[in-house]
Design a protein around this ligand. Structure first.
Ligand SMILES: [Mn+2]
Length: 331
């Protein structure tokens, strides 16, 4: 067994009160891993609280049917956070990703455990269980629970971990999807969880507004540089027209990469004041660097930036021109 497994399982056995948290704007892996670990700790008779800085996204709330996730409120939570026996940070490797909870975590003098799969961690925790080659934190939690035999994996733990793995592997198709990913999924399915239900709850609960805005933005999609750069835009007036919100456009940018031959995808979103640009790329093209040229950041293949300004057309021209320069990184 990995040494870190023993360390973490001893921490759990010897403690009673635990805080589990994840990053701002939590995704399926964040929420699913938190619920999987929290339920395992609760089964062991521990007092485990999931405290998040952001609200749980609508499509993931069904996973939390027992309402374990609490939204951070300093007056309500700071005492519990300060007096806990350990803190667990899941699906993040930089303390700044906990937003306004950061101060409360930094005061803590007992063990901080970081369980994650991102690259280049910051130094903030006492124990790191980080495996960048693994597709989701859900897989790490499963492996930990299985190897340590701390507790059995029941239906509710399995449902949460399956959702974590499914969402972070793009429904079992991204690069880090391995035979082991599928073996873990198989073991989770044996508990009787329903993969069709989990998929439908997460991906097939669109509002009508969302699809109408998507239709509009797909129509204005354009390609540049021999079809290697693809851009789409969302105008404020269309959001208003279709009664949408910013949450409705989540994930739209990914459609740019579904066009054949596209290497860089861009989405321009017009706010009341200023703009948001989302960047996607294939292969080695570092869109985090491209985004950084416009005050943003992110990962090599997915990034974002917020830009002040008045003219969407002027901004688009500038970003597209830069994006075309970045095609030189493509191998
Ligand atoms: Mn993740």
């Amino acid at each position: 067994m990995k040494k870190i497994y023993k360390t973490i399982s001893d921490l759990i056995s010897n403690g009673r009160n635990f805080v589990i948290t994840s990053h701002i704007n939590p995704d399926g892996d964040a929420i699913g891993s938190e619920l999987g670990l929290a339920r395992a700790l609760i089964k062991l008779g521990k007092n485990a609280k999931i405290i998040n800085v952001s609200e749980t996204p609508r499509e993931l709330r069904f996973l939390d049917s027992d309402n374990l996730i609490e939204r951070y409120n300093p007056r309500k939570h700071n005492k519990f956070i300060a007096n806990a026996d350990a803190h667990f940070f899941l699906d993040l490797n930089q303390i700044t990703r906990t937003g306004k909870m950061q101060a409360a975590f930094e005061k803590f003098r007992k063990p901080r455990v970081c369980i994650d799969h991102h690259q280049e961690p910051n130094e903030f925790a006492d124990y790191y269980f980080i495996e960048p080659q693994i597709g989701s934190v859900g897989e790490l939690i499963f492996d930990f629970l299985e190897k340590t035999k701390l507790t059995g994996i029941d239906f509710k733990i399995a449902e949460a971990l399956y959702a974590a793995i499914m969402t972070d592997t793009g429904s079992f198709r991204y690069e880090r999807t391995t035979p082991k990913t599928h073996r873990i999924a198989a073991k989770l399915l044996k508990t009787g969880i329903d993969p069709k239900h989990i998929y439908e709850m997460i991906y097939e609960q669109s509002t009508l507004s969302r699809l109408q805005i998507l239709g509009k933005s797909l129509q204005n999609m354009r390609v540049y540089a021999d079809g290697k750069v693809c851009a789409m835009e969302i105008r404020r007036k269309d959001i208003v027209k279709y009664n949408g919100t910013e949450a409705d456009i989540e994930g739209f940018v990914n459609y740019t990469l579904t066009v054949q031959n596209v290497r860089i995808g861009l989405l321009f979103y017009e706010f009341e004041k200023g703009f948001k640009v989302s960047y996607r790329s294939r292969g080695e093209i570092p869109v985090n660097k491209l985004a950084a040229e416009f005050g943003g950041g992110g990962h090599i293949n997915a990034a974002g930036s917020r830009i002040e300004g008045k003219s969407l057309t002027a901004l688009k021209n500038k970003v597209i021109e830069k994006a075309i320069e970045y095609l030189k990184y493509d191998k």
